[in-house]
Design a protein around this ligand. Structure first.
Ligand code: DHB
Length: 390
């Protein structure tokens, strides 16, 4: 009697376990994509969502037996909202992965939630070096400003640019850009004669540009977040800074593919350093750009789109590697160390830092088939984030 009861209990337990794991396999795999769809950084949200949907259309919405459910939330470019929405996604929707994060303060606001809930958090946009240190659950597929700015600090003084004024948005990525550009420029014999910071929200560039005109540097180095570049370019040209012999240089955020074609011929010749250009001449990128433009008429993919596209790849491959049953820690482990060819070029998620190692390109704005593009003319291969302190 006892033996039979035991057997029955065992059979029941086995049945229950099978049912639970079958449920886990059959249930949706949820990705909570928190993005600025409105507000100052709306173009970042628009680009990343379009790229994530493209990745799903190309790679199917069932992975390792799990149906992928993408839940897009608009944080309106406000970090407190990013945090609240992420909390709701974790607690109510029980998402398996959080992704997106358009600006640095949004990523920092959410990092503790990822740690507490052991939810992998794929940062597809925000680019301050220290973000990956805010939670062991963060994996980044965008870039860091330190990565991009160092390349410009090497290029500029070798190309006749010795005296520079820097102008950056006054928050994490701007401060990183300013610091790493200056450090490398000075190391190479150049000089930063003034460092100007503009507010992130609703900046008025006019008084800053007037000051730059008076200082007459060889070049003005600029970092502003994606979407703000066109305003800087317009005022730079309107004030005749280029005619006064001041060159415009910066990280590629300023000659953003989302906007560059509308900047006019005044943008021709501007040299920037960055990890992605829609003109990157590889077969993988040509295919990506073509498919993106077909799915989103009138839009050109920018570096935000590529961060979103590659972020989805990292999530899909982690789910495959865990055979569809990955919990947070298992998914995280499968994200670390991924290596693949991205539309940007070769890409590697460093297992130690969970940050992206990638090529940084020097590019010049040129006309190709009547349209303005950032045409790559040099490359620094496999750049690790110089901003990591450990
Ligand atoms: C960040 C945002 C951007 O739009 C960008 O181009 C670079 C960095 C950020 O907030 O981290």
């Amino acid at each position: 009697m006892k033996k039979r009861q035991f057997l029955n209990a065992t059979a029941l337990a086995v049945l229950t376990l099978t049912a639970v794991s079958a449920f886990a396999q059959d249930s949706a795999f949820k990705i909570g994509l928190v993005l600025p769809m409105t507000g100052q950084q709306a173009s970042t949200g628009r680009q990343i969502e379009a790229a994530a949907r493209l990745y799903m259309a190309q790679n199917g919405d069932t992975v390792a037996g799990r149906k992928i459910e993408l839940i897009v939330k608009d944080d309106t470019t406000i970090p407190d909202v990013t945090k609240r929405l992420s909390q709701e996604l974790i607690v109510n929707d029980k998402v398996n992965v959080l992704a997106g994060f358009g600006i640095t303060p949004s990523a920092f606001a959410t990092a503790p939630l990822a740690t507490q809930s052991k939810t992998p958090m794929v940062v597809m946009a925000a680019a301050t070096s220290s973000i990956t240190q805010a939670s062991p659950y963060i994996v980044r597929t965008s870039f860091t400003l330190a990565q991009a700015a160092v390349a410009m600090g090497d290029w500029a003084p070798k190309n006749g640019i010795k005296k520079v004024v820097t102008l950056v948005s006054d928050y994490g990525p701007g401060i990183d850009a300013e610091k790493y550009f200056k450090e490398r420029l000075v190391f190479n014999g150049g000089q930063v004669i003034d460092s100007l910071r503009v507010p992130l929200r609703g900046p008025d560039f006019a008084p800053f540009l007037q000051k730059v005109r008076d200082l007459k540097p060889d070049a003005l180095f600029v970092f502003v977040p994606s979407g703000a570049g066109a305003a800087v370019m317009k005022q730079f040209l309107e004030r005749g800074m280029d005619k006064a012999g001041i060159k415009l240089i910066g990280t590629g955020d300023i000659t953003d593919d989302d906007q560059i074609n509308d900047m006019g011929d005044g943008a021709l010749g501007v040299v920037t350093s960055h990890h992605y250009s829609a003109a990157h001449p590889s077969a993988v990128n040509k295919k990506f750009v073509q498919a993106f433009e077909k799915a989103n008429p009138g839009m050109r993919p920018n570096f935000m789109a590529v961060g979103g596209y590659d972020g989805m790849r990292v999530i899909y491959e982690a789910l495959k590697a865990t055979k569809g049953k990955g919990d947070g820690p298992a998914l995280l482990a499968a994200m670390k160390g991924q290596i693949f060819e991205s539309p940007r070029g070769p890409m590697f998620i460093d297992a130690q830092t969970r940050d992206v190692v990638q090529n940084i390109y020097l590019r010049k704005v040129e006309k190709v088939n009547g349209q303005l593009f950032n045409v790559e003319f040099d490359v620094i291969k496999d750049v690790k984030d110089p901003g990591k302190t450990k």
